[in-house]
Design a protein around this ligand. Structure first.
Ligand SMILES: *Cc1c(COP(=O)(O)O)cnc(C)c1O
Length: 404
C-alpha cells in the first residue's frame, strides 16, 4: 500500500485548487462606475432613482435568474431571513420549522425577533428537511417553514408547499447556497412565499457581503421592502415612516460587484455540474464512500458544496476527524461541516431566554451524519479541472484503503 502523506509519503496532490473569489477588470470597471456616479447608497424610495443605478440593474438580473417578480436587496443573508420572517408577519413567540443542518444564521435570524425555531430532522440521503417529519412538528403556534437548500440542492418544494398550504403557513426558502438552482425547471427563491439569498464572500455569487429577498407576491414584497427601508412605503415620502422598519439596504458598490459576478454564473455552474458528475462517478466506486441522493426534480443544482458520506467501517479507527486529517495531508482541502443547530449552546440558550424552556427536539439523523459521516468540498474546488477531480478520487481511495 502507498505510504500516506500524513506518514511522510508523497501527497496525491500538491497543486492548489482555484482561489476564490474570481474577478477581473469587469468588477473593477463596474465598481469605478459606481464610485464616479456619486450614487453610493441604496434607493430607499422606489420612485427616487436619483439614488439608484446599479441596484435596479442587479435586481432585474437576479430576478430573471431566479424567475422572481420582486426583489429587495439587503446588507446580508442573515438579515434577509429576519426581514422575510417579519414581512411574512411571523411574530415573537411564533414557531418556525427549520432543519438543524444549516448555517447558524437560519436560526439566529428568527431568534432576533423572538421567533422560535423548531428543529425538524433532515433526510438521511439528502441532508435536506424531511417533509415526512414536518407535519408532525406543526403546532397552533407554527407560522412558517424555512426550507434550506443546503449545498445548493433544493429541498422538496412541491411537498413543503403543499404542507404549508394545508396548514396556512408561509414557506420561506433559505437559498443562501442556491444561486442558480432550479426545482422542476424553475429558479428557487420565489417558489415558496419568500426566498432569501446571501452574497457573503464564500457564496457562489458574492460581493464580500450582501443579500436579497425574492417573492412573487406584491404585498409580501411591500412588507419586506418597507421593513428594510425604515418603514417607508414604496410611493411615499422620505420621512413618511408608516411601519416599523430598519435601514438594511444594499449599497451601489455591492450591486456593482454582483453584476460583474453574475456574468460568470452560467459558466461556473456548468463547470461545477460537470465536475460533480465526475466526482460522483469516481467516488461512487470507492468502498466505504456513499454519495448523496439527488432528487430528479432538481433540474439545476448550485453545488455550493459537494458532500459525500463515510460508512462506519471508515470511521471505526479514529472517527471522521482521522479520515479528514489523512485526506487533507494528501492535498485535498476537505472539511467536516456543520454541527447540528439543535445542539448549539448559543441557539438553545436564546430559545430558553425567549420561551423559558430548555427542551429542544433531538434530530438523531442529523446528529449522526454530522458527527460521523458527512464530508464537504467547497464550491471553488469544483471549479478546478478534470485532473483535479481524479486527484480527489485518488486521495479518497488511498485514505479509505488505509482505514478499511
Ligand atoms: C451564508 C448563509 C446564511 C447567512 O448569510 P450571510 O450573508 O452570511 O449573513 C444563511 N443561511 C445559509 C444556509 C447560509 O449558507
Amino acid at each position: 500500500m502507498e505510504k500516506l502523506a500524513i506518514d511522510g509519503g508523497a501527497p496525491v496532490r500538491t497543486e492548489p485548487f482555484p482561489a476564490w473569489p474570481i474577478f477581473d477588470e469587469l468588477e473593477e470597471r463596474l465598481l469605478i462606475e459606481a464610485v464616479r456616479s456619486g450614487k453610493w447608497g441604496g434607493a430607499g424610495a422606489v420612485t427616487n432613482d436619483a439614488y439608484a443605478a446599479k441596484l435596479p440593474e442587479f435586481e432585474k438580473a437576479f430576478m430573471k435568474l431566479q424567475d422572481a417578480s420582486y426583489a429587495v436587496p439587503v446588507v446580508n443573508g442573515t438579515i434577509a431571513i429576519t426581514a422575510a420572517l417579519q414581512a411574512a408577519g411571523v411574530q415573537q413567540g411564533d414557531e418556525v420549522i427549520i432543519p438543524p443542518y444549516t448555517f447558524i444564521a437560519t436560526a439566529t435570524a428568527a431568534l432576533l425577533y423572538g421567533v422560535i425555531p423548531v428543529f425538524v430532522d433532515v433526510e438521511e440521503d439528502t441532508l435536506l428537511l424531511d417533509p415526512e417529519k414536518v407535519e408532525q412538528a406543526i403546532t397552533p403556534r407554527t407560522k412558517a417553514i424555512i426550507a434550506v437548500h443546503i449545498g445548493g440542492a433544493p429541498a422538496d418544494l412541491t411537498r413543503l408547499k403543499a404542507i404549508a398550504g394545508k396548514h396556512n403557513l408561509k414557506l420561506i426558502e433559505d437559498s443562501a447556497q442556491a444561486v442558480g438552482a432550479q426545482w422542476e425547471g424553475r429558479g428557487v427563491g420565489a417558489i415558496g412565499d419568500l426566498g432569501t439569498f446571501s452574497f457573503q464572500s464564500s457564496k457562489n455569487v458574492n460581493a464580500g457581503e450582501g443579500g436579497v429577498i425574492l417573492t412573487n407576491d406584491r404585498d409580501l414584497w411591500e412588507q419586506a421592502w418597507s421593513f428594510c427601508n425604515v418603514g417607508r412605503i414604496p410611493e411615499g415620502g422620505w420621512y413618511q415612516h408608516e411601519r416599523f422598519g430598519l435601514n438594511l439596504r444594499m449599497t451601489e458598490f455591492q450591486a456593482a460587484i454582483l453584476l460583474a459576478q453574475m456574468t460568470r454564473v452560467e459558466e461556473q455552474m456548468q463547470l461545477r455540474e460537470r465536475n460533480a458528475k465526475l466526482l460522483n462517478e469516481q467516488l461512487g466506486e470507492i468502498g466505504g464512500i456513499q454519495l448523496l441522493k439527488r432528487d430528479p426534480r432538481i433540474t439545476r443544482h448550485a453545488w455550493h458544496l459537494y458532500m459525500f458520506k463515510l460508512d462506519s467501517a471508515l470511521t471505526a479507527k479514529g472517527g471522521k476527524a482521522e479520515f479528514l486529517k489523512r485526506l487533507q495531508a494528501e492535498g485535498i482541502p476537505a472539511s467536516s461541516g456543520y454541527i447540528p443547530l439543535n445542539t448549539n449552546k448559543a441557539v438553545v440558550e436564546k430559545i430558553r431566554q425567549w420561551t423559558g424552556e430548555t427542551r429542544i427536539n433531538d434530530c438523531p439523523v442529523c446528529e449522526r451524519l454530522c458527527e460521523k459521516e458527512v464530508v464537504w468540498l467547497h464550491q471553488n474546488i469544483l471549479l478546478a479541472d478534470e485532473r483535479a477531480m481524479s486527484d480527489i478520487a485518488k486521495a479518497v481511495k488511498k485514505v479509505a484503503g488505509s482505514l478499511a
